[in-house]
Design a protein around this ligand. Structure first.
Ligand SMILES: Cc1cc2nc3c(=O)[nH]c(=O)nc-3n(C[C@H](O)[C@H](O)[C@H](O)COP(=O)(O)OP(=O)(O)OC[C@H]3O[C@@H](n4cnc5c(N)ncnc54)[C@H](O)[C@@H]3O)c2cc1C
Length: 351
């Protein structure tokens, strides 16, 4: 097998995005996936690329903002190379405001967003219009933001794989030789491996369940109702997600998903008769810091870690790929301190 500049372990959204950005910058790339692309938490249904609230600003929110703002061009380039759709569209998001306090808080964020989002997107309090594709809102007010976008996780992965193979990257299912710089983007398995390597609880999995309904609202904004994402997709489905389970007895879907389904219908009655087209469960990789974990593998020269996408891995992926490529190919370290592997090790050691 020919030697490559960069070997990426893991064909989830982090691994494939890093592979793509490295390839774009001229590196020879091999992706090794020990099951199949999307076998981990990236093979799901939801695909909400949505921001944190515009207040109490920090490095994680700034990083995420950059990633969300990069996403349209980034995915357009991947689509052009693969000839496949990713399902990406920046159509914004609506959220109900349950009481006067929520309206007041939302109006404060409206002002904060004008500076924090640099005029590139708005967060507005608007009156509900009574349209069918709107969440029920007790106050009659909604938040509308124009930063949120959606992507079909499965189409996005297929699009990345198409682009990688069209431009000459290797994708190996099973095992293959690691040459060049090696990136471990192996999701929950990677967090367990790290925890073993450093004899510390550095991260774990959080189970999530989601479902997909046949309801065509493909040109409409996504909805976010009391922690529930309702995301219309380009294929005429609407995804509903997700549960958040720190303990579980099996990896499949169960009755908790039916509760989620009922909650979605209560929030958007227009979904009441929509047929269920898919049910899915996955395990999110959550680092002990709850933040992404990026950087060199301590005391293991030539090895790097990209993990901890947790609930926002798809939204963070373009920027994660950029900073990892900076580090691996140019030895330029632009990783925010809170995301560094060393920070995770230090914080875990202090607990
Ligand atoms: C129910 C649910 C809903 C979600 N909703 C959203 C959302 O709306 N928006 C969002 O941004 N994020 C969402 N997420 C989070 C997002 O899916 C994750 O953050 C993201 O998938 C993490 O990607 P990853 O590439 O790090 O890991 P994974 O997707 O888990 O990929 C790791 C890959 O590595 C492979 N692997 C493991 N060990 C090895 C090895 N030794 N060698 C080679 N390959 C290996 C695995 O088979 C797997 O394919 C959701 C997650 C879940 C579970």
């Amino acid at each position: 097998m020919a030697s490559v500049d960069v070997t990426v372990r893991g064909a989830g959204i982090f691994g494939l995005s890093i592979a793509w950005t490295c390839l774009q910058r001229g590196a020879k790339v091999r992706v090794i996936e020990n099951a199949h692309p999307g076998a981990g938490s990236s093979g799901g249904l939801v695909g909400a690329l949505s921001p944190h609230v515009p207040e109490a600003w920090n490095a994680k929110k700034a990083f995420q903002l950059e990633s969300l703002l990069m996403a349209a061009d980034w995915w357009a380039t991947v689509e052009a190379a693969s000839g496949l759709p990713s399902g990406y569209a920046r159509l914004g998001r609506l959220q109900p405001l349950p009481d006067d306090r929520a309206v007041e808080g939302a109006r404060r964020r409206e002002i904060e967003a004008t500076t924090l989002w640099q005029g590139r997107a708005v967060w507005q309090v608007i009156p509900a219009s009574g349209a069918a594709w709107e969440p029920v809102t007790p106050t009659g007010w909604l938040v509308r933001d124009t930063l949120s976008a959606r992507l079909s996780p499965r189409m996005g992965l297929a699009c990345l794989i198409g682009a990688l193979t069209a431009k000459g990257a290797e994708l190996v299912l099973g095992e293959a030789e690691e040459t060049g710089q090696v990136i471990h983007a192996t999701g929950v398995a990677g967090l367990h491996e790290l925890s073993q390597a450093f004899a510390a609880p550095l991260g774990s999995g959080v189970k999530g369940q989601a479902l997909s309904l046949r309801h065509d609202a493909r040109d409409q904004p996504q909805l976010f109702v009391d922690g529930l994402h309702i995301v219309p997709h380009a294929d005429g489905t609407a995804a509903i997600g997700s549960t958040s389970e720190t303990t579980w007895t099996h990896d499949e879907t169960d009755a908790q998903l039916d509760t989620l389904h009922a909650k979605a219908i209560a929030a958007v009655p227009a979904l009441a008769k929509a047929e269920i087209t898919a049910r899915w469960a996955g395990i999110r990789p959550k680092a002990a810091t709850r933040a992404p974990v990026l950087g060199g593998w301590p005391n293991r020269p030539g090895h790097f870690i990209a993990n901890g996408g947790f609930k926002i891995g798809f939204g963070m992926a373009p920027k994660v790929a950029e900073v990892m490529a900076d580090l691996i190919l140019d030895a330029r370290d632009t990783i925010p301190p809170d995301f560094r592997v060393e920070t995770l090790l230090q914080k875990t050691a202090r607990r």
